[in-house]
Design a protein. Sequence first.
Lengths: 256, 354
Amino acid sequence: MKKNLLFVLIIVLSTISCTDNSNNSFNQANISFNFKHNWDGTSITNSDFNTIKFINSNGENLSIERLRYLISKITFTTSAGEKLVFNDYNLVDLTYASNLSYNLITTIPIGTYNNVSFTFGFDNDANYNGNYADLNSVSWNVPAMLGGGYHFMQLEGKFTDNNTQETGYAYHVIRAVDNTGDSLIFEDTFFEVNFGSVTISDDTIFNIEMNIAEWFKNPNTWDLKVLNNMLMPNYDAQIMMFENGQNVFSLESIEQ
Amino acid sequence: MKKLAIHILLIIFIILSCSNEDVQQYAPTPSLLKIPELFENNILKPVIPSDNQQTVEGIELGKKLFFDPILSGDKTLACADCHAPENAFTDSSRFSEGIDGSLGKRNSMPLFNLAWNYDENFFWDGGTFSLEHQAFIPVSDPTEMKNSWKQLQQELQKHPEYPNLFQKAFGTSKIDSTLVTKAIAQFERTLISANSKFDKYLLGEVILTPEEVDGFNIFMEETKGDCFHCHGSDKNPLWTDNIFHNNGLDETFTDLGLGTITGDPADNGKFKSPSLRNLIFTAPYMHDGRFTTIDEVINHYSEGLKNSSTIDPLMKKVAQGGVGLSIQEKSNLKAFLLALSDYDFIGNPDFIND
Protein backbone atom coordinates (compact mmCIF):
# COMPACT_ATOMS: atom_id res chain seq x y z
CA MET A 1 0.00 0.00 0.00
CA LYS A 2 2.83 2.30 0.95
CA LYS A 3 4.58 1.48 -2.34
CA ASN A 4 1.43 2.23 -4.30
CA LEU A 5 1.05 5.61 -2.63
CA LEU A 6 4.63 6.48 -3.46
CA PHE A 7 4.09 5.47 -7.06
CA VAL A 8 0.96 7.66 -7.36
CA LEU A 9 2.83 10.58 -5.80
CA ILE A 10 5.65 10.25 -8.36
CA ILE A 11 3.17 10.20 -11.24
CA VAL A 12 1.36 13.29 -9.90
CA LEU A 13 4.61 15.17 -9.40
CA SER A 14 5.81 14.25 -12.87
CA THR A 15 2.57 15.44 -14.42
CA ILE A 16 2.69 18.74 -12.58
CA SER A 17 6.30 19.40 -13.47
CA CYS A 18 5.63 18.64 -17.15
CA THR A 19 2.69 21.02 -17.20
CA ASP A 20 4.75 23.77 -15.64
CA ASN A 21 7.24 23.68 -18.49
CA SER A 22 4.73 23.89 -21.29
CA ASN A 23 2.70 27.02 -20.73
CA ASN A 24 2.20 30.18 -18.79
CA SER A 25 2.49 28.90 -15.23
CA PHE A 26 5.43 31.20 -14.75
CA ASN A 27 3.53 34.17 -16.17
CA GLN A 28 5.12 33.61 -19.53
CA ALA A 29 3.45 33.06 -22.86
CA ASN A 30 4.53 31.42 -26.09
CA ILE A 31 4.06 33.70 -29.07
CA SER A 32 3.70 32.78 -32.71
CA PHE A 33 2.89 34.66 -35.87
CA ASN A 34 0.93 33.26 -38.80
CA PHE A 35 1.39 34.95 -42.15
CA LYS A 36 -1.65 34.93 -44.40
CA HIS A 37 -2.19 36.57 -47.74
CA ASN A 38 -5.04 38.04 -49.68
CA TRP A 39 -5.85 40.09 -52.73
CA ASP A 40 -8.18 42.85 -51.58
CA GLY A 41 -9.83 40.50 -49.12
CA THR A 42 -9.81 37.30 -51.15
CA SER A 43 -7.57 34.77 -49.50
CA ILE A 44 -4.56 33.55 -51.49
CA THR A 45 -2.45 30.45 -51.11
CA ASN A 46 0.17 29.09 -53.48
CA SER A 47 -2.57 27.11 -55.19
CA ASP A 48 -3.67 30.46 -56.62
CA PHE A 49 -0.27 30.95 -58.21
CA ASN A 50 0.63 30.67 -61.90
CA THR A 51 -2.76 31.74 -63.23
CA ILE A 52 -3.59 35.23 -64.40
CA LYS A 53 -6.50 35.89 -62.08
CA PHE A 54 -5.79 39.15 -60.29
CA ILE A 55 -6.42 42.70 -61.48
CA ASN A 56 -4.35 45.52 -60.09
CA SER A 57 -5.48 49.08 -59.59
CA ASN A 58 -4.02 50.02 -62.94
CA GLY A 59 -6.30 47.52 -64.64
CA GLU A 60 -3.64 45.00 -65.53
CA ASN A 61 -4.38 41.31 -65.23
CA LEU A 62 -1.63 39.46 -63.47
CA SER A 63 -0.50 36.23 -61.93
CA ILE A 64 1.78 35.50 -59.03
CA GLU A 65 4.46 32.88 -59.47
CA ARG A 66 6.64 33.61 -56.52
CA LEU A 67 6.31 35.54 -53.27
CA ARG A 68 8.79 35.62 -50.47
CA TYR A 69 9.61 38.39 -48.04
CA LEU A 70 11.60 39.06 -44.94
CA ILE A 71 10.36 40.31 -41.59
CA SER A 72 12.64 40.97 -38.65
CA LYS A 73 12.91 42.46 -35.18
CA ILE A 74 9.57 41.53 -33.72
CA THR A 75 9.14 43.96 -30.84
CA PHE A 76 6.82 44.15 -27.85
CA THR A 77 6.67 47.58 -26.20
CA THR A 78 5.53 47.66 -22.59
CA SER A 79 3.38 50.40 -21.09
CA ALA A 80 6.56 51.75 -19.50
CA GLY A 81 8.09 52.13 -22.95
CA GLU A 82 10.47 49.24 -22.50
CA LYS A 83 11.08 47.32 -25.70
CA LEU A 84 11.31 43.57 -25.84
CA VAL A 85 13.12 43.06 -29.14
CA PHE A 86 13.68 39.73 -30.85
CA ASN A 87 16.76 40.10 -33.01
CA ASP A 88 15.71 37.35 -35.33
CA TYR A 89 14.10 37.21 -38.74
CA ASN A 90 11.75 35.09 -40.78
CA LEU A 91 11.79 34.61 -44.53
CA VAL A 92 8.18 33.94 -45.45
CA ASP A 93 7.92 31.98 -48.69
CA LEU A 94 4.38 31.58 -49.93
CA THR A 95 5.69 29.89 -53.10
CA TYR A 96 6.58 26.76 -51.17
CA ALA A 97 4.33 27.54 -48.18
CA SER A 98 7.35 27.66 -45.93
CA ASN A 99 7.81 29.74 -42.78
CA LEU A 100 4.17 30.80 -42.87
CA SER A 101 4.17 30.30 -39.15
CA TYR A 102 6.90 31.65 -36.94
CA ASN A 103 7.39 31.00 -33.24
CA LEU A 104 9.38 33.34 -31.07
CA ILE A 105 12.37 31.55 -29.66
CA THR A 106 11.54 32.48 -26.07
CA THR A 107 8.40 33.22 -24.15
CA ILE A 108 7.40 36.72 -23.11
CA PRO A 109 5.81 37.89 -19.85
CA ILE A 110 2.06 38.01 -19.90
CA GLY A 111 0.59 41.47 -19.58
CA THR A 112 -0.53 44.42 -21.65
CA TYR A 113 1.76 45.82 -24.30
CA ASN A 114 1.30 49.21 -25.83
CA ASN A 115 2.49 48.04 -29.20
CA VAL A 116 3.53 44.96 -31.13
CA SER A 117 5.57 45.50 -34.26
CA PHE A 118 8.00 44.02 -36.72
CA THR A 119 10.30 45.40 -39.36
CA PHE A 120 9.54 44.71 -42.99
CA GLY A 121 12.94 43.76 -44.39
CA PHE A 122 16.08 44.46 -42.42
CA ASP A 123 17.06 47.72 -40.78
CA ASN A 124 20.51 48.89 -41.82
CA ASP A 125 22.24 47.36 -38.84
CA ALA A 126 20.85 43.91 -39.57
CA ASN A 127 21.19 44.35 -43.32
CA TYR A 128 24.85 45.17 -43.44
CA ASN A 129 26.35 43.75 -40.27
CA GLY A 130 25.27 40.19 -40.63
CA ASN A 131 26.22 37.39 -42.99
CA TYR A 132 23.27 35.02 -42.81
CA ALA A 133 24.04 31.53 -44.08
CA ASP A 134 20.40 30.56 -44.43
CA LEU A 135 19.59 33.65 -46.51
CA ASN A 136 22.74 33.28 -48.63
CA SER A 137 21.80 29.68 -49.28
CA VAL A 138 18.50 30.72 -50.85
CA SER A 139 20.12 33.48 -52.92
CA TRP A 140 18.50 36.33 -51.01
CA ASN A 141 21.47 38.66 -51.43
CA VAL A 142 21.66 42.06 -53.05
CA PRO A 143 24.71 42.62 -55.30
CA ALA A 144 27.52 44.67 -53.80
CA MET A 145 27.16 47.18 -56.64
CA LEU A 146 23.78 48.04 -55.11
CA GLY A 147 25.17 48.21 -51.61
CA GLY A 148 24.98 44.55 -50.69
CA GLY A 149 22.79 43.27 -47.91
CA TYR A 150 19.59 41.43 -48.64
CA HIS A 151 16.33 41.58 -50.52
CA PHE A 152 13.25 42.55 -48.53
CA MET A 153 10.76 40.98 -50.93
CA GLN A 154 10.56 39.13 -54.22
CA LEU A 155 7.14 39.19 -55.87
CA GLU A 156 7.15 37.75 -59.36
CA GLY A 157 4.63 36.74 -61.96
CA LYS A 158 3.23 37.72 -65.30
CA PHE A 159 0.80 40.37 -66.49
CA THR A 160 -1.06 41.01 -69.67
CA ASP A 161 -1.26 44.31 -71.38
CA ASN A 162 -4.71 44.71 -72.98
CA ASN A 163 -5.15 40.93 -72.88
CA THR A 164 -2.34 40.35 -75.29
CA GLN A 165 1.14 39.06 -74.65
CA GLU A 166 2.07 37.82 -71.19
CA THR A 167 5.08 39.62 -69.77
CA GLY A 168 7.04 38.74 -66.68
CA TYR A 169 7.43 41.11 -63.78
CA ALA A 170 9.85 41.00 -60.88
CA TYR A 171 8.80 43.33 -58.08
CA HIS A 172 11.89 43.08 -55.92
CA VAL A 173 12.15 45.30 -52.87
CA ILE A 174 15.56 46.32 -51.55
CA ARG A 175 17.02 49.38 -49.86
CA ALA A 176 16.69 52.18 -52.41
CA VAL A 177 19.96 53.11 -54.01
CA ASP A 178 20.95 55.62 -56.64
CA ASN A 179 23.94 54.11 -58.42
CA THR A 180 24.12 56.58 -61.28
CA GLY A 181 26.86 58.72 -59.78
CA ASP A 182 30.36 58.10 -58.53
CA SER A 183 29.13 56.90 -55.16
CA LEU A 184 26.00 55.10 -54.06
CA ILE A 185 23.25 57.21 -52.49
CA PHE A 186 20.85 55.31 -50.27
CA GLU A 187 17.37 55.85 -48.94
CA ASP A 188 15.97 53.54 -46.30
CA THR A 189 13.01 51.47 -47.41
CA PHE A 190 12.59 49.08 -44.51
CA PHE A 191 9.66 50.05 -42.38
CA GLU A 192 8.07 49.23 -39.09
CA VAL A 193 4.70 47.54 -39.10
CA ASN A 194 2.73 48.38 -35.95
CA PHE A 195 -0.23 46.45 -34.67
CA GLY A 196 -1.07 48.55 -31.62
CA SER A 197 -1.92 47.56 -28.08
CA VAL A 198 -2.47 43.97 -27.08
CA THR A 199 -2.99 42.10 -23.83
CA ILE A 200 -1.13 38.82 -23.61
CA SER A 201 -2.89 36.63 -21.09
CA ASP A 202 -1.91 33.24 -22.43
CA ASP A 203 -0.06 31.62 -25.32
CA THR A 204 -0.86 33.81 -28.30
CA ILE A 205 -1.03 33.55 -32.07
CA PHE A 206 -0.97 36.71 -34.16
CA ASN A 207 -2.62 36.22 -37.53
CA ILE A 208 -0.97 38.71 -39.87
CA GLU A 209 -2.44 39.48 -43.28
CA MET A 210 -0.61 40.82 -46.31
CA ASN A 211 -2.90 42.37 -48.92
CA ILE A 212 -0.75 41.84 -52.00
CA ALA A 213 -2.90 44.19 -54.08
CA GLU A 214 -1.72 47.07 -51.90
CA TRP A 215 1.76 46.83 -53.40
CA PHE A 216 0.24 48.05 -56.66
CA LYS A 217 -2.23 50.55 -55.30
CA ASN A 218 -1.70 53.12 -52.65
CA PRO A 219 -0.52 55.87 -52.92
CA ASN A 220 1.15 54.96 -56.21
CA THR A 221 -0.93 53.29 -58.88
CA TRP A 222 1.59 50.85 -60.24
CA ASP A 223 1.94 50.64 -64.01
CA LEU A 224 3.38 47.22 -64.77
CA LYS A 225 3.75 48.16 -68.43
CA VAL A 226 6.42 50.62 -67.35
CA LEU A 227 7.72 49.11 -64.12
CA ASN A 228 7.96 45.37 -64.52
CA ASN A 229 11.58 44.35 -64.36
CA MET A 230 15.06 45.54 -63.48
CA LEU A 231 13.59 47.42 -60.53
CA MET A 232 16.39 46.78 -58.06
CA PRO A 233 18.61 49.59 -59.35
CA ASN A 234 15.56 51.80 -59.97
CA TYR A 235 15.72 54.27 -57.07
CA ASP A 236 12.36 55.88 -57.77
CA ALA A 237 10.63 52.54 -58.08
CA GLN A 238 12.05 51.44 -54.73
CA ILE A 239 10.72 54.59 -53.08
CA MET A 240 7.31 53.92 -54.57
CA MET A 241 7.41 50.36 -53.27
CA PHE A 242 8.26 51.68 -49.83
CA GLU A 243 5.32 54.05 -49.96
CA ASN A 244 2.92 51.39 -51.20
CA GLY A 245 4.10 48.96 -48.56
CA GLN A 246 2.87 51.07 -45.67
CA ASN A 247 -0.65 49.63 -45.71
CA VAL A 248 0.11 46.15 -46.90
CA PHE A 249 0.09 44.43 -43.51
CA SER A 250 -2.71 44.21 -41.00
CA LEU A 251 -3.49 42.24 -37.88
CA GLU A 252 -6.40 40.01 -38.81
CA SER A 253 -6.90 38.42 -35.41
CA ILE A 254 -5.30 37.30 -32.20
CA GLU A 255 -5.83 33.81 -30.84
CA GLN A 256 -5.25 33.13 -27.16
CA MET B 1 21.71 -13.04 -1.77
CA LYS B 2 21.11 -15.98 -4.05
CA LYS B 3 18.65 -13.87 -6.04
CA LEU B 4 21.17 -11.09 -6.42
CA ALA B 5 23.81 -13.48 -7.73
CA ILE B 6 21.39 -14.83 -10.30
CA HIS B 7 20.54 -11.31 -11.42
CA ILE B 8 24.20 -10.40 -11.83
CA LEU B 9 24.87 -13.56 -13.81
CA LEU B 10 21.89 -12.83 -16.03
CA ILE B 11 23.12 -9.32 -16.77
CA ILE B 12 26.62 -10.56 -17.60
CA PHE B 13 25.12 -13.18 -19.91
CA ILE B 14 23.01 -10.57 -21.73
CA ILE B 15 26.01 -8.27 -22.20
CA LEU B 16 28.13 -11.11 -23.52
CA SER B 17 25.45 -12.34 -25.87
CA CYS B 18 25.12 -8.81 -27.35
CA SER B 19 28.82 -8.68 -28.10
CA ASN B 20 28.77 -11.00 -31.05
CA GLU B 21 31.50 -11.20 -33.64
CA ASP B 22 29.87 -8.85 -36.17
CA VAL B 23 29.68 -5.95 -33.75
CA GLN B 24 33.31 -6.32 -32.79
CA GLN B 25 34.37 -6.20 -36.44
CA TYR B 26 32.15 -3.30 -37.39
CA ALA B 27 34.09 -0.21 -36.45
CA PRO B 28 34.03 2.17 -39.41
CA THR B 29 36.12 5.29 -39.22
CA PRO B 30 34.14 8.54 -39.30
CA SER B 31 35.17 10.78 -42.17
CA LEU B 32 33.83 14.30 -41.94
CA LEU B 33 33.41 16.21 -45.17
CA LYS B 34 36.11 18.79 -45.75
CA ILE B 35 33.97 21.88 -45.91
CA PRO B 36 35.61 24.64 -47.96
CA GLU B 37 36.22 27.94 -46.22
CA LEU B 38 33.87 29.88 -48.50
CA PHE B 39 31.11 27.38 -47.88
CA GLU B 40 31.72 27.40 -44.14
CA ASN B 41 31.61 31.17 -44.05
CA ASN B 42 28.59 31.76 -46.23
CA ILE B 43 26.12 28.94 -46.58
CA LEU B 44 24.35 26.30 -44.56
CA LYS B 45 25.98 23.05 -43.64
CA PRO B 46 25.81 20.10 -46.04
CA VAL B 47 23.03 17.55 -45.86
CA ILE B 48 24.26 14.25 -44.43
CA PRO B 49 21.51 11.74 -43.68
CA SER B 50 21.55 10.54 -40.09
CA ASP B 51 21.36 6.95 -41.32
CA ASN B 52 24.28 7.31 -43.70
CA GLN B 53 27.10 9.12 -41.99
CA GLN B 54 30.35 9.47 -43.90
CA THR B 55 32.98 6.86 -43.09
CA VAL B 56 36.35 6.05 -44.60
CA GLU B 57 35.21 2.54 -45.38
CA GLY B 58 31.88 3.68 -46.85
CA ILE B 59 33.54 6.24 -49.09
CA GLU B 60 36.15 3.76 -50.32
CA LEU B 61 33.46 1.24 -51.09
CA GLY B 62 31.36 3.87 -52.83
CA LYS B 63 34.30 4.92 -54.96
CA LYS B 64 35.01 1.33 -55.97
CA LEU B 65 31.37 0.83 -56.93
CA PHE B 66 31.27 4.15 -58.80
CA PHE B 67 34.11 3.08 -61.09
CA ASP B 68 33.10 -0.57 -61.40
CA PRO B 69 31.18 -1.69 -64.51
CA ILE B 70 29.84 -4.61 -62.51
CA LEU B 71 26.85 -2.38 -61.87
CA SER B 72 25.68 -2.66 -65.47
CA GLY B 73 23.82 -5.53 -67.06
CA ASP B 74 26.67 -6.57 -69.36
CA LYS B 75 29.51 -5.34 -67.13
CA THR B 76 30.63 -2.70 -69.60
CA LEU B 77 29.32 0.53 -68.09
CA ALA B 78 30.28 2.18 -64.80
CA CYS B 79 28.82 5.32 -63.24
CA ALA B 80 32.11 6.98 -64.17
CA ASP B 81 31.56 6.39 -67.88
CA CYS B 82 28.81 9.01 -67.98
CA HIS B 83 30.22 10.91 -64.97
CA ALA B 84 33.91 11.11 -65.74
CA PRO B 85 36.29 12.95 -63.40
CA GLU B 86 37.93 14.84 -66.27
CA ASN B 87 34.54 16.25 -67.22
CA ALA B 88 33.68 17.31 -63.68
CA PHE B 89 31.76 14.05 -63.48
CA THR B 90 29.61 14.46 -66.56
CA ASP B 91 30.51 13.38 -70.09
CA SER B 92 31.05 15.18 -73.37
CA SER B 93 28.12 13.59 -75.19
CA ARG B 94 24.82 15.32 -75.71
CA PHE B 95 23.04 12.17 -74.55
CA SER B 96 24.85 9.36 -72.82
CA GLU B 97 24.81 5.90 -74.34
CA GLY B 98 23.42 2.97 -72.42
CA ILE B 99 24.85 -0.56 -72.56
CA ASP B 100 22.80 -1.49 -75.60
CA GLY B 101 23.52 1.73 -77.46
CA SER B 102 20.24 3.41 -76.58
CA LEU B 103 20.38 7.08 -75.71
CA GLY B 104 18.77 8.90 -72.83
CA LYS B 105 16.85 12.10 -73.46
CA ARG B 106 18.77 14.31 -71.04
CA ASN B 107 22.34 15.45 -70.80
CA SER B 108 24.33 13.75 -68.05
CA MET B 109 24.58 16.08 -65.05
CA PRO B 110 27.96 16.95 -63.54
CA LEU B 111 28.47 15.79 -59.96
CA PHE B 112 29.92 18.08 -57.35
CA ASN B 113 28.84 19.86 -54.19
CA LEU B 114 25.84 17.55 -54.08
CA ALA B 115 25.65 17.58 -50.29
CA TRP B 116 24.67 21.25 -50.50
CA ASN B 117 21.52 20.53 -52.49
CA TYR B 118 19.38 21.40 -49.50
CA ASP B 119 16.05 20.36 -50.99
CA GLU B 120 17.62 17.06 -52.07
CA ASN B 121 15.76 17.04 -55.37
CA PHE B 122 18.05 15.47 -57.94
CA PHE B 123 18.06 15.06 -61.73
CA TRP B 124 17.17 17.77 -64.23
CA ASP B 125 13.49 17.35 -63.40
CA GLY B 126 13.85 16.84 -59.66
CA GLY B 127 12.42 13.37 -60.11
CA THR B 128 14.21 11.78 -57.22
CA PHE B 129 14.62 12.73 -53.59
CA SER B 130 17.95 12.17 -51.83
CA LEU B 131 21.34 11.32 -53.21
CA GLU B 132 20.91 7.72 -52.10
CA HIS B 133 17.77 7.30 -54.15
CA GLN B 134 19.34 9.07 -57.11
CA ALA B 135 22.06 6.43 -57.15
CA PHE B 136 19.38 3.74 -57.21
CA ILE B 137 17.88 4.75 -60.54
CA PRO B 138 20.55 4.26 -63.28
CA VAL B 139 21.28 0.62 -62.44
CA SER B 140 17.93 -0.59 -63.67
CA ASP B 141 17.21 2.19 -66.19
CA PRO B 142 16.90 0.40 -69.56
CA THR B 143 18.60 3.31 -71.31
CA GLU B 144 21.52 3.26 -68.91
CA MET B 145 22.94 0.27 -67.07
CA LYS B 146 19.98 -1.97 -67.81
CA ASN B 147 20.64 -4.29 -64.94
CA SER B 148 18.35 -5.66 -62.28
CA TRP B 149 19.06 -5.03 -58.65
CA LYS B 150 18.42 -8.67 -57.84
CA GLN B 151 21.09 -9.77 -60.28
CA LEU B 152 23.51 -7.09 -59.17
CA GLN B 153 23.09 -8.02 -55.53
CA GLN B 154 23.83 -11.66 -56.34
CA GLU B 155 26.92 -10.75 -58.32
CA LEU B 156 28.25 -8.46 -55.65
CA GLN B 157 27.55 -11.13 -53.07
CA LYS B 158 29.60 -13.68 -55.02
CA HIS B 159 32.42 -11.22 -55.65
CA PRO B 160 35.73 -12.03 -53.93
CA GLU B 161 36.09 -8.55 -52.41
CA TYR B 162 32.76 -6.83 -52.02
CA PRO B 163 31.23 -8.82 -49.13
CA ASN B 164 34.23 -7.99 -46.97
CA LEU B 165 34.12 -4.33 -48.01
CA PHE B 166 30.44 -4.10 -47.11
CA GLN B 167 31.22 -5.78 -43.82
CA LYS B 168 33.78 -3.11 -43.05
CA ALA B 169 31.59 -0.25 -44.20
CA PHE B 170 28.21 -1.28 -42.86
CA GLY B 171 28.77 -4.14 -40.43
CA THR B 172 27.18 -6.75 -42.64
CA SER B 173 28.36 -8.75 -45.58
CA LYS B 174 24.82 -9.17 -46.82
CA ILE B 175 24.63 -6.83 -49.78
CA ASP B 176 21.49 -5.08 -50.91
CA SER B 177 20.57 -2.05 -52.99
CA THR B 178 20.18 0.16 -49.93
CA LEU B 179 23.79 -0.36 -48.90
CA VAL B 180 25.09 -0.07 -52.45
CA THR B 181 23.42 3.31 -52.91
CA LYS B 182 24.46 4.46 -49.46
CA ALA B 183 28.09 3.77 -50.30
CA ILE B 184 27.89 5.50 -53.69
CA ALA B 185 26.18 8.51 -52.08
CA GLN B 186 28.95 8.73 -49.50
CA PHE B 187 31.55 8.88 -52.25
CA GLU B 188 29.53 11.41 -54.24
CA ARG B 189 29.27 13.69 -51.21
CA THR B 190 33.03 13.93 -51.13
CA LEU B 191 33.08 15.41 -54.64
CA ILE B 192 33.56 18.97 -53.51
CA SER B 193 34.63 21.70 -55.89
CA ALA B 194 35.64 25.00 -54.34
CA ASN B 195 39.07 25.88 -55.59
CA SER B 196 38.55 27.89 -58.75
CA LYS B 197 40.34 31.11 -59.54
CA PHE B 198 37.27 33.02 -58.41
CA ASP B 199 37.21 31.15 -55.10
CA LYS B 200 40.83 32.12 -54.59
CA TYR B 201 39.96 35.70 -55.50
CA LEU B 202 37.24 35.75 -52.85
CA LEU B 203 39.75 34.42 -50.34
CA GLY B 204 42.16 37.18 -51.27
CA GLU B 205 44.72 34.84 -52.77
CA VAL B 206 44.70 36.03 -56.38
CA ILE B 207 43.46 38.98 -58.39
CA LEU B 208 41.16 38.84 -61.39
CA THR B 209 41.80 40.29 -64.80
CA PRO B 210 39.80 43.42 -65.69
CA GLU B 211 37.75 41.29 -68.08
CA GLU B 212 36.88 38.81 -65.35
CA VAL B 213 35.91 41.62 -62.96
CA ASP B 214 33.71 43.19 -65.59
CA GLY B 215 32.22 39.80 -66.38
CA PHE B 216 31.34 39.29 -62.72
CA ASN B 217 29.68 42.70 -62.67
CA ILE B 218 27.62 41.77 -65.74
CA PHE B 219 26.67 38.54 -63.97
CA MET B 220 25.48 40.49 -60.92
CA GLU B 221 23.89 43.48 -62.63
CA GLU B 222 20.12 43.22 -62.94
CA THR B 223 20.11 45.35 -66.08
CA LYS B 224 22.79 43.22 -67.76
CA GLY B 225 23.23 39.51 -67.19
CA ASP B 226 21.15 39.25 -64.03
CA CYS B 227 22.44 35.71 -63.59
CA PHE B 228 22.68 35.92 -59.80
CA HIS B 229 19.01 35.43 -59.06
CA CYS B 230 19.26 31.77 -60.13
CA HIS B 231 22.97 31.03 -60.25
CA GLY B 232 24.42 32.10 -56.92
CA SER B 233 26.86 34.86 -56.21
CA ASP B 234 29.95 35.70 -54.20
CA LYS B 235 27.76 34.94 -51.16
CA ASN B 236 26.42 31.68 -52.52
CA PRO B 237 29.43 29.79 -53.88
CA LEU B 238 27.33 26.91 -55.16
CA TRP B 239 26.56 29.00 -58.27
CA THR B 240 23.10 27.51 -58.47
CA ASP B 241 19.85 27.86 -56.56
CA ASN B 242 19.16 24.15 -57.12
CA ILE B 243 15.57 24.91 -58.10
CA PHE B 244 13.63 24.72 -61.32
CA HIS B 245 13.09 27.33 -64.00
CA ASN B 246 11.96 27.65 -67.57
CA ASN B 247 14.81 29.66 -69.04
CA GLY B 248 13.20 30.35 -72.38
CA LEU B 249 14.61 27.55 -74.49
CA ASP B 250 11.43 26.62 -76.35
CA GLU B 251 7.99 27.90 -77.24
CA THR B 252 6.55 24.40 -76.97
CA PHE B 253 7.91 21.51 -74.98
CA THR B 254 8.85 18.04 -76.10
CA ASP B 255 10.24 17.39 -72.62
CA LEU B 256 8.06 18.66 -69.79
CA GLY B 257 10.83 18.54 -67.19
CA LEU B 258 9.53 19.22 -63.70
CA GLY B 259 5.98 19.07 -65.10
CA THR B 260 6.46 15.36 -65.76
CA ILE B 261 7.09 14.83 -62.08
CA THR B 262 4.49 17.13 -60.53
CA GLY B 263 1.80 16.83 -63.19
CA ASP B 264 1.28 20.56 -62.85
CA PRO B 265 1.16 22.33 -66.24
CA ALA B 266 2.69 25.37 -64.53
CA ASP B 267 5.87 23.30 -64.13
CA ASN B 268 6.15 22.31 -67.79
CA GLY B 269 9.45 23.19 -69.35
CA LYS B 270 11.15 23.79 -66.02
CA PHE B 271 14.53 22.24 -65.31
CA LYS B 272 17.00 22.51 -62.49
CA SER B 273 19.49 25.39 -62.63
CA PRO B 274 22.87 23.72 -63.01
CA SER B 275 25.88 25.06 -61.19
CA LEU B 276 28.04 27.36 -63.29
CA ARG B 277 31.20 25.93 -61.81
CA ASN B 278 33.45 23.97 -64.11
CA LEU B 279 31.68 24.87 -67.35
CA ILE B 280 34.92 24.45 -69.24
CA PHE B 281 34.75 20.72 -68.49
CA THR B 282 31.02 20.09 -68.80
CA ALA B 283 29.95 20.89 -72.37
CA PRO B 284 27.45 20.45 -73.90
CA TYR B 285 24.97 22.55 -71.95
CA MET B 286 21.30 22.63 -70.94
CA HIS B 287 19.15 19.67 -69.98
CA ASP B 288 19.23 18.36 -73.53
CA GLY B 289 22.78 19.36 -74.33
CA ARG B 290 21.65 21.56 -77.20
CA PHE B 291 24.43 24.12 -76.81
CA THR B 292 27.94 22.97 -77.48
CA THR B 293 29.78 26.11 -76.33
CA ILE B 294 29.56 28.66 -73.54
CA ASP B 295 29.21 31.31 -76.27
CA GLU B 296 26.01 29.67 -77.46
CA VAL B 297 24.66 29.70 -73.91
CA ILE B 298 25.43 33.39 -73.49
CA ASN B 299 23.90 34.15 -76.88
CA HIS B 300 20.76 32.35 -75.81
CA TYR B 301 20.26 34.61 -72.80
CA SER B 302 21.31 37.68 -74.77
CA GLU B 303 19.10 37.33 -77.83
CA GLY B 304 17.73 33.80 -78.12
CA LEU B 305 14.94 33.65 -75.53
CA LYS B 306 11.67 32.10 -76.62
CA ASN B 307 8.43 32.91 -74.91
CA SER B 308 6.08 30.33 -73.43
CA SER B 309 3.42 30.19 -70.77
CA THR B 310 5.81 29.01 -68.07
CA ILE B 311 8.87 31.09 -68.88
CA ASP B 312 10.42 32.43 -65.72
CA PRO B 313 9.49 36.06 -64.94
CA LEU B 314 13.18 36.71 -64.42
CA MET B 315 13.78 36.17 -68.14
CA LYS B 316 13.57 39.79 -69.18
CA LYS B 317 13.14 41.48 -72.54
CA VAL B 318 11.79 38.24 -73.91
CA ALA B 319 10.11 40.04 -76.80
CA GLN B 320 13.54 41.29 -77.86
CA GLY B 321 15.06 37.85 -77.33
CA GLY B 322 16.93 38.82 -74.18
CA VAL B 323 19.05 41.42 -72.51
CA GLY B 324 21.14 42.14 -75.60
CA LEU B 325 24.71 42.06 -74.37
CA SER B 326 27.42 43.61 -76.52
CA ILE B 327 30.22 41.48 -77.95
CA GLN B 328 32.60 42.82 -75.32
CA GLU B 329 30.12 42.13 -72.53
CA LYS B 330 29.65 38.58 -73.73
CA SER B 331 33.38 38.06 -73.89
CA ASN B 332 33.88 39.40 -70.37
CA LEU B 333 31.01 37.39 -68.98
CA LYS B 334 32.58 34.28 -70.47
CA ALA B 335 35.94 35.22 -68.94
CA PHE B 336 34.28 35.39 -65.53
CA LEU B 337 32.48 32.08 -66.02
CA LEU B 338 35.74 30.41 -66.92
CA ALA B 339 37.22 31.76 -63.69
CA LEU B 340 34.86 29.32 -61.95
CA SER B 341 36.84 26.40 -63.36
CA ASP B 342 38.34 24.19 -60.68
CA TYR B 343 41.29 22.31 -62.14
CA ASP B 344 42.22 20.86 -58.76
CA PHE B 345 38.82 19.24 -58.63
CA ILE B 346 39.15 17.29 -61.86
CA GLY B 347 42.69 16.29 -60.94
CA ASN B 348 42.01 15.30 -57.36
CA PRO B 349 43.51 11.81 -56.87
CA ASP B 350 40.81 11.02 -54.30
CA PHE B 351 38.27 11.22 -57.11
CA ILE B 352 40.13 9.26 -59.77
CA ASN B 353 40.01 5.51 -60.22
CA ASP B 354 43.00 3.86 -58.57
